[in-house]
Design a binder for this molecule. Structure first.
Ligand SMILES: Cc1cn([C@H]2C[C@H](O)[C@@H](COP(=O)(O)OP(=O)(O)OP(=O)(O)O)O2)c(=O)[nH]c1=O
Length: 200
């Protein structure tokens, strides 16, 4: 299958994982990180919050590129009533790991698509269950430096994947971009289409 587009597409993200996942569509795109400070006032549920932050990122880049289709995302981890974004220190990353140990959490990614006449957002949620973690393995994992650029303080695609007992939902959503749902949405919006096979 080959996908094509006649639009200028911008992924408003500095995340290498998002870039890699978006590349799987096989269409040309540019990367322009938004530089937005991810802070929001007010009370939001996790889905609303992930979408609101994705909106901020997409809006900032769309303002500078009003002819483009701009796609932004935000990932957050919810456990009980707590929302875990990226840990700001190793000490906080250890706290996050202790909270997640032996429990089920949600990984929620909000996605916003903006373009001329297009404004769409959705949130995708994946359930992840961690095994019970020992203090030794938490310390060893956190000292590796892996948690600091990742929501919830772990990477399912890196050694954090060793802690995962079960997952229910889209794996790529945990990595940071629900690419299958995004692909479907872009097809529905006619931003991307299938290249017709040339008749022989
Ligand atoms: C839970 C989890 C998150 N992550 C990453 C995905 C995101 O890059 C990051 C969540 O932070 P975000 O704030 O969503 O994204 P970002 O700051 O990295 O990039 P940008 O805002 O420019 O798009 O956590 C993993 O790589 N693996 C995981 O298992």
């Amino acid at each position: 299958m080959k996908l094509i587009t006649d639009k200028k597409i911008i992924l408003a993200s500095e995340s290498p994982r998002r870039k890699e996942l978006f590349s799987s569509l096989g269409i040309p795109f540019e990367v322009q990180p938004s530089g937005v400070v991810e802070e929001l006032e007010g009370v939001y549920d996790p889905e609303q919050m992930a979408i609101a932050i994705a909106d901020l990122k997409a809006t900032e880049v769309f303002r500078k590129n009003p002819d483009a289709i701009v796609i932004a995302a935000d990932t957050t981890v919810r456990i009980g009533k707590a929302l875990l974004s990226k840990p700001t220190s190793n000490a906080q990353a250890k706290k996050f790991m202790k909270l997640l140990s032996g429990k089920v959490h949600n990984v929620i990614t909000g996605v916003t698509i903006l373009g001329p006449g297009i404004s769409i957002a959705f949130a995708e949620s994946t359930l992840v269950k961690f095994y019970e973690l020992s203090n030794k393995e938490i310390d060893a994992y956190v000292e590796s430096g892996d948690p600091l650029d990742k929501a919830g303080g772990y990477g399912i695609q890196t050694m954090g994947g060793l802690f995962v007992e079960k997952i229910q939902g889209d794996y790529n959503n945990v990595v940071g971009l629900p690419i299958s749902r995004l692909y479907r949405t872009l097809v529905t919006l006619e931003v991307i289409e299938f290249e017709k096979e040339k008749s022989k």
